[in-house]
Every structure is written in structure tokens, then in C-alpha cells.
Design a protein around this ligand. Structure first.
Ligand SMILES: N[C@@H](CCC(=O)N[C@@H](CS)C(=O)NCC(=O)O)C(=O)O
Length: 205
């Protein structure tokens, strides 16, 4: 049985979207049974000593890192999302690394400065550095998407899912994508997928 650990409003959302795409049975441990952050952290560290979420268990396999989890799920459970050529598979890795090295770090920093930190703790130099730093990868991606409907090949793949899932932080980071119309259009295509809507709609109480 597959089990994904981590609350839905965290990087676990990336894997929850992927699991919905795969359409396989799984359990979700959102750790709400631990009332405090310290208790959550202690419980996570018992299984995954780095103490971060998400992580996935599949039988004896313990897998961390949201991108690696999704690449694994695509290869083993969502093969329609795993490119069928060696080149396409390498590009799926490329875009997943791009997501977590070029887009995730500046979005996290901008979210911290613009949403989480309050005056007078905001670091304007950090905000400026990351607001500038994200422009080059955004322009590169926008130019690429001007001539490509999807990141790899002719259909939605794990590459799209991994990168689009990182962009979910754009709102909290207050990054205006209006100047990047091809990214906006591509995100619209990705977020219109039924599996995305299923994974991001809270279950009725
Ligand atoms: N590179 C990791 C980052 C994981 C990560 O930083 N997760 C956050 C929650 S979204 C966390 O567990 N933070 C707790 C901590 O840093 O102790 C991934 O993509 O899965």
C-alpha cells in the first residue's frame, strides 16, 4: 500500500496531485493527530530522520523529496505520465530539477518576505534579490512555452505536474505572472486537470 505523509497545504500537495493522476489506492497521513509542530516533527523524524515532509512509503521503500516521489510514481503507477523515450525521460528529470533549483527557492524566499514576515522583520534586500533572480528562469520558461503546449512531447507528463505544482506558491510569493502569458496559459491547462481539482478540493466535513 502506498502512504503519503504530510499535510495537504505543504509540498505533499505535489504528491497528492500525482496520486490522483495515477488513480491508485493510497492512504494519506496528514499528521493532524499530532497537535503541535514539535510532536509532528518528532513523529516524522522517527521514520525519516531529516524530519521533512513529504515522504512516501511503498511497502519497504521509504522515499523522500517531492520530485523524486512523483518521478517514482510516474514510472511505476502513472505510466501514461512517464515519457516513453529515453530523451523524454531525461527531459522529465531536467524540468523537475529546474522546478526545485530555479523556481522553488526564489518563490519560497518571496513568500517568506511578502506573506509570512511582517514589518520590521522583512528583508528587503532578500526580496529584491529573489524578485530579480526569478525573472531569467521565468522568461526562459515563457519563451519555451510559446512554442510548446507541454514541456515534454505532445501531452501532459510528470514534467508538467512537477513544475506546475511548484508554481502553486506564486500566489503567496505575490509573483505576478501577467507578463508571462505562455506560463499563465500552460498553468491554466495544468490546473484544469480533473486530478488537480480532485487533489486540491477539500473533502466535505
Ligand atoms: N526538497 C524537499 C523540501 C521538503 C520541505 O522543506 N518540506 C517542508 C514542508 S513543505 C518541511 O518539512 N519543513 C520542515 C522543516 O524544515 O523542518 C522536497 O521537495 O520534498
Amino acid at each position: 500500500m502506498l502512504t503519503i505523509y504530510g499535510p495537504a497545504r505543504s509540498r505533499a500537495s505535489r504528491a497528492l496531485w500525482m496520486l490522483a493522476e495515477c488513480g491508485v489506492p493510497y492512504t494519506h497521513d496528514d499528521l493532524t493527530q499530532y497537535p503541535t509542530m514539535d510532536e509532528k516533527s518528532a513523529a516524522v523524524r522517527k521514520v525519516y530522520p531529516l524530519g521533512k515532509i513529504p515522504f512516501l512509503t511503498d511497502g519497504d521503500l521509504l522515499l523522500s523529496e517531492s520530485m523524486a516521489i512523483n518521478l517514482y510514481l510516474a514510472q511505476h503507477y502513472g505510466t501514461h505520465l512517464w515519457p516513453d523515450t529515453k530523451g523524454g525521460q531525461a527531459q522529465a528529470l531536467q524540468w523537475s530539477f529546474f522546478a526545485v533549483t530555479e523556481i522553488d527557492p526564489p518563490l519560497v524566499q518571496l513568500m517568506i518576505e511578502r506573506t509570512f514576515r511582517k514589518e520590521p522583520d522583512r528583508n528587503l534586500d532578500n526580496e529584491k534579490k529573489n524578485a530579480e533572480g526569478i525573472k531569467r528562469p521565468l522568461q526562459y520558461l515563457d519563451d519555451y512555452l510559446a512554442t510548446h503546449e507541454w514541456l515534454v512531447g505532445q501531452a501532459f507528463t510528470v514534467a508538467d505536474l512537477n513544475l506546475a505544482s511548484v508554481f502553486s506558491m506564486a500566489k503567496g510569493a505575490k509573483v505576478d505572472l501577467a507578463g508571462y502569458p505562455h506560463i499563465e496559459a500552460w498553468l491554466g491547462r495544468c490546473y484544469a486537470r480533473p486530478a488537480y481539482l480532485k487533489a486540491t478540493t477539500p473533502a466535505p466535513k
